[in-house]
Design a protein around this ligand. Structure first.
Ligand code: SF4
Length: 60
């Protein structure tokens, strides 16, 4: 993706997301939305990045 600019405030290692820098474990969005899929979240695994968009294209 062109114009990707690392946001030093958002660390992320989800390389399958098109907003991930991949070469560095950071997100390139200015702002992300985090939510949960649980009624009563208790651990980090209960939370989700709702800004995730699956990366498409070759080599990924
Ligand atoms: S949008 Fe969410 S999942 Fe995607 S790189 Fe940014 S923080 Fe990670």
């Amino acid at each position: 993706m062109e114009n990707m600019k690392k946001n030093s405030n958002i660390k992320c290692s989800v390389a399958q997301c098109k907003y991930n820098m991949v070469s560095e474990d950071y997100c390139c969005l200015d702002c992300i939305s985090v939510g949960t899929h649980e009624q009563n979240p208790t651990v980090p695994e209960c939370t989700d990045c709702n800004s995730f968009v699956k990366r498409t294209g070759c080599g990924c």
